[in-house]
Design a protein around this ligand. Structure first.
Ligand SMILES: Nc1nc2c(ncn2[C@@H]2O[C@H](COP(=O)(O)OP(=O)(O)OP(=O)(O)O)[C@@H](O)[C@H]2O)c(=O)[nH]1
Ligand SMILES: [Mg+2]
Length: 564
């Protein structure tokens, strides 16, 4: 159907109001309450004024069976969409006609709420509407209801629901039924507060003598007045002869266009609201353009660089590398001692005795592992622990450096809020900084529970046996010097070979252990980093993404509100 819309907008005011409702919810506590108040005000007004829809005017035809509702429906539509028959009741469930074919989809949710089944949601055939000017009734959704006095219970319920939600209720009656007490009592008297949305049509006036028409209409008007409804217009009509139909059409046109004008005013109000909200909602560098497309900056994730920078700062604040260094230092000290040649221990003992003699103090217990624990007792405990292959004296992680954490969070907040409008940026920054204590606690807990594996890999026994065997060879070589008949060169060879062998084994095995300790340190860094990443994802990055998603949704809704 080719119709020129009075107001060429791409998005209906109803959809814009829906988007504004969502926007106001999303922006709650993000934008100043005073900035959102005008939007709330408009939404309240729209709800009061427009009920079901700001773009459509739902007109329902209600009344007793056989009064001619379907005949009037067809008369207004211009074609026989609703079956008319002598059989009673004819209309068994509501049937609706949407005035403009291209608005059927828009009206669908409305009709669903009214309980009109999908196959009974119709539109006037485009053949009817060749005009290039907008139909005066454009925006009207006319609903033909089943009778309210039916024996079929569901009819009554359907009528009650539709009448309660309609924008205009047209009660149809005829000269025989207009005084029915059930209609007056059950509907008219009960709807005294809805007088301004009601119209009464006295149908089938062709069956009255012409002079009786106005008398009958006046009698009906009097009864309605007595019901407590003032100012309700009674229109005498004949669906058969079309008499009075223009009157009815005019009345409906007035109501429909009145609502349309109000909807246009509302659209203008929404424009104004959108203009005021733009600087508060659009990304900082877009504010000048005053417009936004729905999918702009759809990425809610924390960018990789910002994430990497934050993680690096977090690792530093948590002292991950010093923990890992401690692992590798201790492991190296212990494992290197375990594979060293016994000569080294003897030399160490000798050195200490010489030192003690020089200092004039008694020799202490040997610090066998070069461990950094003070005193002999500690060294003994260490010996026991080392014997079981455990390294349970790992340094307890020191609490995360909270000042450093503040710096990390501050920098992350700077990055993440750079493109956000001021108010929203303030909220996100506060959220990020507020994670500090939870983050610190969780980092502490994660590091404390992280198992750093510093157990010695490989057995030290073969190396020790080899050292022992080589020393036996060396000692035997030494002894052979005193055995006659053994050439001195053979004894010297054994002594030198044994000593060189144990020394070479010492150097290579210790080197291998040092390498193992370094890689254990790297593994420890990896483990600790994984723990930290999990904590950061949970406590920091996920909430940021959530807030950014909220902002993006608000932005998409704002694009609809703007209707640019
Ligand atoms: N003489 C005369 N007959 C009419 C007029 N309007 C409707 N009728 C007849 O009245 C009968 C009932 O008309 P409907 O339009 O089916 O009535 P309804 O109110 O839709 O009835 P239900 O669907 O049963 O609730 C039909 O036979 C119509 O031809 C009218 O203005 N004048
Ligand atoms: Mg009918």
């Amino acid at each position: 159907m080719k119709v020129i819309r009075a107001n060429q907008r791409t998005i209906g005011v109803g959809a814009r109001l829906d988007a504004l409702t969502r926007l106001v919810t999303a922006a709650e506590d993000r934008l100043p309450a005073a900035a959102l108040e005008p939007a709330r005000d408009i939404l309240r007004r729209a709800a009061d004024r427009f009920g079901m829809s700001a773009e459509h005017t739902v007109v329902v035809l209600g009344g007793a069976t056989g009064v001619g509702k379907s005949s009037l429906f067809n008369g207004l539509v211009g074609i026989g969409l609703s079956p008319v028959a002598v059989r009673r009741p004819t209309t068994t469930s509501a049937i609706a006609c949407v005035w403009e074919a291209d608005r059927v989809a828009e009206a669908k949710p409305l009709l669903d709420r009214l309980g009109v089944s999908e196959r009974r949601q119709l539109t006037r055939d485009s053949a009817l509407d060749r005009s290039i000017v907008r139909d005066a009734l454009a925006g009207m959704v006319l609903v033909d209801l089943p009778d309210h006095d039916s024996a079929v219970r569901e009819h009554q319920a359907e009528v009650d629901q539709a009448v309660a939600q309609a924008d205009v209720v047209v009660w149809v009656t005829d000269p025989q039924k207009y005084a029915d007490a059930s209609w007056h009592d059950r509907y008219l008297k009960a709807l005294v507060h809805h007088a301004d949305v009601m119209l009464i049509v006295l149908n089938q006036i062709d069956r009255l003598p012409p002079e009786a028409v106005s008398e009958c209409a006046a009698d009906l008007a009097r009864l309605v007045e007595e019901d407590g409804l003032t100012g309700v217009r009674v229109i005498p009509v004949s669906a058969r002869t079309k008499e009075g139909l223009d009157d009815l059409r005019r009345e409906l046109t007035e109501r429909v266009s009145g609502r349309r004008a109000a909807a246009d005013r509302l659209a203008a109000d929404v424009d104004r609201i959108a203009e005021r909200l733009a600087p508060m909602l659009l990304p900082a560098d877009d504010a000048q353009t005053q417009s936004v497309s729905g999918d702009e900056g759809a990425d809610n994730a924390v960018p990789d660089e910002a994430r990497a920078e934050a993680m690096e700062g977090l690792r530093a604040a948590a002292g991950v590398s010093s923990l890992a260094d401690a692992v590798s230092r201790r492991m190296a000290a212990r494992d290197q001692a375990a594979v060293a040649t016994p000569l080294r221990k003897l030399a160490g003992l000798w050195n200490r005795r010489a030192q003690a003699a020089a200092d004039g103090a008694p020799a202490g217990r040997p610090a066998v592992h070069g461990a950094d624990g003070p005193g002999g007792a500690r060294s003994l405990r260490e010996l026991i622990r080392l014997a079981t292959g455990q390294l349970s004296d790992m340094p307890a992680p020191v609490p995360v450096d909270r000042a450093a954490l503040d710096t990390v969070l501050g920098r992350l907040a700077d990055t993440m809020t750079a493109r956000l409008p001021e108010d929203w940026a303030r909220t996100l920054r506060a959220q990020i900084l507020a994670t500090r204590s939870v983050l610190a606690d969780r980092v502490d807990a994660a590091l404390a529970s992280c198992e750093l594996d510093a157990r010695m890999t490989g057995s030290r026994m073969p190396v020790r046996l080899a050292h022992a065997a080589l020393l036996v060879v060396a000692v035997a070589g030494l002894a052979l010097f005193f055995v006659s008949g053994v050439p001195a060169w053979a004894a010297a060879l054994m002594l030198a070979g044994g000593l060189a062998g144990t020394w070479i084994l010492d150097v290579t095995a210790r080197k291998a252990r040092r390498r193992a300790a370094v890689s254990a340190g790297q593994i420890a860094v990896g483990r600790l980093s994984v723990e930290l990443s999990a904590v950061a994802q949970d406590t920091l990055f996920a909430p940021i993404s959530h807030e950014l998603a909220r902002y993006q949704t608000a932005l998409a809704d704002f694009a609809v509100v703007q209707d640019h």
